[in-house]
Ligand binder design. Sequence first.
Ligand code: NAD
Ligand code: ZN
Length: 341
Amino acid sequence: MKALVKKHATPGLWMDEVPVPEIGINDVLIKIHKTSICGTDVHIYNWDAWAQKTIKPPMVIGHEYVGTVAAMGSNVDHLEIGELVSGEGHIVCGRCRNCMAGRRHLCNHTVGVGVNRHGAFAEYLAIPVSNVWVCDPKIPTDVIACFDPLGNAVHTTLSYDLIGEDVLITGAGPIGCMSVAIAKHVGARYVVITDVNPYRLELAKKMGATRVVDVRTEKIATVMKELGMKEGFDVGLEMSGNTNALESMLEHMFHGGNIALLGLLGQGAIDWDYVIFNSLTLKGIYGRRMFETWYKMTTMLQSGLDILPIITHRFDYTEFEQGFELMRSGNSGKVILNWAD
Ligand code: NAD
Ligand code: ZN
């Protein structure tokens, strides 16, 4: 089968011919229809320091996808050939304390599809049945291809009660933009989002932001005044991975406010006085809840949540170089690669 492979320990990706993955008795073979490109895939393409220490070539990459069941192991008795599916990209051990307690998103031994084992940028993908999510065919397949990052957005955005609350999102990348739509859908009052990229801020407007802020030219405090906000944001969602953005969020929070951190902030330092004197709560978010996030994501889409505007480009899988180039430029939302008609 055709697959997009990190073949060599150098920048780039290679379209290669590899064997169709074998399945064990508890596995499902998925025929991939569409995939979407994640920032992680771009890191792997670029072969940056994170990729060099994490990826062991040759590796089929990719973890955002929609497909249909092509085959299943003998223990799998609740799926049908041809059923529409996506899947959780974190494969967990099932035996650690968190897994045993049903908190699988907190597993201590998580293995990443398309990172630590062969992924979805291929004609077929094999995953354990416990990672398969059966999808509602009424949801557009372009949207299902984005369930993994949408799940990150849903997990983060639903961390705190948002009804009637004012929300500040830092970073209008695909996930920040999806969070705008989710926060509005569940009943937030104002949803303000920051970025330094005008293309992304336009996307955030389309997703329903009350106000977008280009922090290079505008102050969050000015926007708060314009909206008549006196005491700061109730909820903050950090989705830029930039420490300056987090610090500006800390400065503009309601005392006692809640912040969820999804962006990868690395070693960045912050002024802890904001957190302590303003009694803020900070919570790290990793992945998606298995499978409560998948359930909420599905039911919100079934009840009117619309994230289609975030999908800005579609290519055939053979045109992957163009897709990666666009992702690198920052002038895109989600980019879909088609693998089947
Ligand atoms: P992205 O890189 O496409 O988006 C980040 C956005 O932040 C960009 O649009 C960028 O212009 C903007 N930005 C940069 N500096 C800024 C600043 N000072 N203020 C405001 N915005 C600024 O990423 P994404 O795919 O939307 O993902 C969001 C973040 O979440 C990334 O950091 C990603 O690595 C991380 N992530 C974490 C998890 C997890 O499980 N914790 C999962 C997926 C993604
Ligand atoms: Zn575990």
